[in-house]
Design a protein around this ligand. Structure first.
Ligand code: CO
Length: 138
């Protein structure tokens, strides 16, 4: 069911510092502008790689869900992995039928790419928070 790896989400206390790592140390050349998604409590910045993206995520506001992650891992770290699926509703229903836990209401919400996404609880996924996203137009 899962398709292409779309991105790896990396939580960071500072997108600016993380951008410096990807740009200056790792040599990434295609790095987007930082933008806020206030309703999700995050700042986001995408680093484009030839086959996928890195999604840098910094807390936005006091209620950001990223604060909890950074409390455990102050330097930041790998937060989630995102795979594309052809049909987000069919994927959600299939995962539910197989016993996976969908985070939140289970209704897809619009993610940072502007397409519907859901998140699967790490306890069913080998400890990895997994995001499924509707395939964007490639
Ligand atoms: Co993501």
């Amino acid at each position: 069911m899962i398709g292409r790896l779309n991105h790896v989400g990396i939580a960071t206390p500072s997108i600016e510092k993380s951008v410096a790592v990807y740009r200056d140390l790792l040599g990434a050349t295609r790095i987007g502008e930082r933008f806020a998604i206030p309703e999700q409590g995050v700042w986001v910045c995408f680093v484009d790689l030839p086959n996928a993206q890195i999604e840098l995520i910094e807390p936005y506001g006091d209620a950001s869900p990223i604060h909890g992650f950074l409390a455990k891992s102050p330097a930041g770290g790998q937060h989630h992995v995102c795979f594309e699926v052809a049909d987000i509703i069919a994927a959600r229903d299939a995962m539910r039928a197989k016993g996976a836990t969908i985070l939140g209401t289970g209704e897809p919400r619009i993610g940072a790419h502007g397409v519907p996404v859901i998140f699967l609880h790490p306890r069913d996924m080998g400890g990895v928070l997994i995001e499924l996203m509707a395939e964007p137009v490639h």
